[in-house]
Ligand binder design. Structure first.
Ligand code: FRU
Length: 493
């Protein structure tokens, strides 16, 4: 078989060359109306290694990104600027700024300096986030640990202080600290819950509105690696209340943000205007194989930006559970479109769409109408294949298990950890309908079920020169599935 190829996604951010992992320092600059992202970056090789920098990119629309120059560099080649966040210090609590710097552009980065030990350090920017000066009195937080990292900081209005969540990785603790000025930090509390995995990484804590109410809850995100139920890296979250000192979960369910294998170390944007919602980006890979996937000059993409809200949704027919709702945010033109409605699919039919670019979205609404007549055999499948049909991924529904699957095994990249088949149970609406929205972007597919109640993100690697340019919806039995609607849009990026 041909070698698996680069197939660089167009809607998902990828570094021009070199290695990328976690998104860092995400913020919105109100004055310039510009989105900034930073990321764990090794510009020298397409694998993780030190010296590790913060790479940087900017966007006007969260869709197309400009590569920017390196933002923060380590002092030594055997060190790394590890993950962290950015805040806008509007009121100059840190004293780093003078009146010449617009309050919306008082950019302070709080990151882990990975040297002999891991400490939390500051760097500030006087040019709106392009170049940074390290604080002369770093570190600002040092507990003499080699496993203490990934600070996410935000201003907590209610208690009038900066809050940092940071992990004692291998003690499975999120630690909460408070500060008046970003420089002096006082320990408040520990939070431990859910799957320990082998280590906690990249925590997050943010208030998220509950749709249709005036209420909101605080959500604690904790990345674990390895230890995901589907292998390797994943994000879990907890919903609760935060009083400026302690996070108290409303229940002890472990909820997962994304059920695929390639969605890790998510981070929310700082300083987003309320109307824009709560926005987040993750790293679209998994430590089990991130360094090994068959792209050559560059490795890893970021996820699409997602809007996060909370809602009460059916966890099963009897009960509702407060759940994170995720919807992708991007803006593109539609190059080509197809829509079909009200079809009871027969085994001889298929609904076909071609998108030469390998970049398209689809929305499918369907019901299994007679499915149990053929019990274990009926499936509804969306094959997404190369132009010659020889390589494909298959996304489908199994009415017996009431579950969706994503099968990426018919692609040439093989790795024992690169799980071939993944599945997700999704509760149907009361009339048995499912709605799926998917974005296919050359080597990645993001799936959103029932308006974002469940998400599933997976990468896949076709041969050099192949793109996922054909989509075909079909079934193996007559009259099993009623397609209320299916639409495809090829997207021009
Ligand atoms: C998560 C992580 C972080 C760390 C960074 C190093 O993927 O391991 O804990 O800061 O990557 O690149």
């Amino acid at each position: 078989t041909a070698a698996a190829g680069d197939n660089r996604p167009l809607l998902h951010y990828t570094p021009e060359k070199g290695w990328m992992n976690d998104p860092n320092g995400l913020f919105y600059d109100k004055k310039a109306d510009l989105w900034h992202i930073y990321f764990q970056y090794n510009p020298h090789d397409p694998f993780w290694n030190q010296p590790l920098y913060w790479g940087h990119a900017t966007s006007k629309d969260l869709t197309t990104w400009n590569h920017e120059k390196l933002a923060i560099s380590p002092d030594r080649d055997d060190e790394g600027i590890f993950s962290g966040s950015i805040v806008i210090d509007h009121n100059n609590t840190s004293g780093f700024f003078d009146d010449s710097i617009d309050p919306d552009q008082r950019v302070v980065a709080i990151y882990t300096n990975n040297a002999d030990i891991q400490t939390q350090d500051l760097a500030y920017s006087l040019d709106g986030g392009y170049t940074f000066t390290k604080f002369h009195n770093n570190p600002v937080l040092d507990v003499n640990s080699t496993q203490f990292r990934d600070p996410k900081v935000f201003w907590h209005q209610h208690s009038n202080q900066w809050i940092m969540v940071v992990v004692k990785s291998q003690e499975y603790k999120v630690q909460i600290f408070g500060s008046p000025d970003l420089k002096n930090w006082k320990f408040h509390s520990n939070f431990t819950a859910g799957y320990p995995g082998f280590q906690f990484e990249c925590p997050g804590l943010i208030e998220i509105p509950i749709t249709g109410t005036n209420e909101s809850k605080w959500v604690m995100f904790i990345a674990i690696n390895p230890g995901s139920p589907v292998g390797g890296s994943t994000n879990q979250y907890f919903i609760g209340d935060f009083d400026g000192v302690e996070f108290k979960p409303i229940d002890h369910f472990t909820r997962f943000v994304d059920l695929g294998k390639d969605y890790y170390a998510l981070q929310t944007f700082s300083d987003v205007e309320k109307a824009d919602g709560v926005l987040a980006i993750a790293w679209a890979s998994n430590w089990q194989y991130a360094n090994n996937v068959p792209t050559k000059e560059w490795r890893s993409s970021l996820s699409l930006t997602r809007n996060f809200s909370l809602d009460y949704v059916a966890a099963n027919p009897e009960s509702k559970l407060l759940t994170l709702i995720q919807t992708p945010v991007f803006q593109t033109d539609v190059a080509k479109t197809l829509e079909k409605k009200n079809i009871t699919l027969s085994a001889n039919d298929s609904i076909d769409f071609e998108a030469d670019s390998g970049v398209f979205e689809f929305e499918l609404k369907f019901k299994a109408i007679n499915a149990l007549a053929h019990s274990d055999l009926a499936n509804l499948d969306l094959y997404i294949s190369s132009a010659d049909g020889k390589e494909s991924i298959r996304f489908g529904y199994d009415p017996v298990g009431q579950s969706f699957y994503l099968d990426r095994s018919n692609t040439p990249y093989k790795n024992p950890y690169f799980t071939g088949q993944l599945s997700a149970y999704v509760e149907p609406s009361s009339d048995g309908q499912y709605k799926i929205y998917g974005v296919v972007d050359r080597n990645i597919i993001e799936l959103y079920f029932n308006d974002g109640v469940t998400a599933m993100t997976n990468t896949f690697f076709m041969s050099e020169g192949n793109t996922p340019s054909r989509a075909q919806l079909k079934t193996n039995f007559d009259d099993e599935f009623y397609i209320e609607s299916i639409s495809f849009n090829e997207l021009s990026v």
